[in-house]
Design a protein around this ligand. Sequence first.
Ligand SMILES: [Zn+2]
Length: 434
Amino acid sequence: MKKIILSIFVLSQCFNVQGQSIDKIITKKEVTRIEKILSADDMQGRRTFTPGIDKASNFIESEFKQIGLQTFNGATNYRQEFSMTASKAVSSKITIDGREINNNQVVTFSYLPQVSLTEKSDISVVKINKGDNIGQKFNEYYKSPKNLLVLVDPSFEKVLPNIQHIDRITANPGNNTVMFVFGTTEATTFSVELTNTISKKTLNNVVGILTGKTKPNEYVIFSGHYDHLGVGSPEEGAPHTATDSIYNGANDDAAGTTAVIMLAKYFKKQNNNERTIIFTTFVGEELGGYGAKYFSKQLVPEQVIAMFNIEMIGTESKWGKNSAYITGFEKSNMGQILQTNLTGTNFTFYPDPYPDQQLFYRSDNATLARLGVPAHTISTSKMDNEPYYHTADDEFETLDIDNMTQIIKSIALSSSSIISGKDTPTRVDSTQLK
Ligand SMILES: [Zn+2]
């Protein structure tokens, strides 16, 4: 009797495996459920350091738990925590050529509790003039390790709210102060008195794994970022359809996060991964890729066989349905492997059609790619014509869930030979990277 029961059991197990076709696991219904929850208004745009991001983290953790993922590196849970330094202005008084400057016209980046500077201090006065490329100049000065007083021409008044919106948060606090003063064009004499509250703030990636059966020390990573921009003023986002000011980030990157959860479901059910699969959703991407940077430091790059970073797959690519592009396609043979595995399907992975935009370097794959890992971003975002990108209109209703489901399935199928250990993509030559 026991034997018969056993064989029935074995048979039914076999049936289960056979019956777990991809169409039954990666379903439109499930993609819809997860995507809707992540992009819902009650997530408040999932801005890092807000209750909304915690809510999103809790949701992803509960999904990972339900799927049955293991934790990474023996951690007690899926939260991969780290901290950053935050600065909050308590008081500031800036006088230029005898005139006190309205605080609304000043944006200061300083991680020192007390700052006292005059024209006699070790500080440079620089200018952003009318007609300059404000984005480029801002980045250059914002990252400066020196004390800077940046005088911004009045013609740039409209970008002031965007700069005020930037978090005063950093992984590497310097000893310097950078101040942007709008609407003032000359500064012969000046004095600056600042008081800041400096604190450590904790944030977390969400990471789960499926340990490889025969190659547990070889890692394949699926990632997306679960943070977005939070709540802005309605006029900041082009007013298309949104009636609120919540930046839902349904495409950027609730879509990638949804894909990571769906892939975890799929590979858990397959239960045949020879290599270890790491499923990770990053925090702080929109602030500067901080989550990915921390995550990457917890790994030995040589052990990472491939990274699939999934970023904005909720709209049709420029080639239409059943297609996506891979950034840095020519930098390894991973794209070719994926496409070979899709032979006979109607899905195509193309090289990134927007090389000028440097997308390879602009998402969370870049940190590991610089260490030689074949780490690429898969996306459909039409970077020359994606009207809802970084607006309050990036909402669930603007996504093509059918197409997105097909893309997730294609990632699952095309990565199978890498998961099984049959294929190993060539390394990225990091000396050739920018
Ligand atoms: Zn993004």
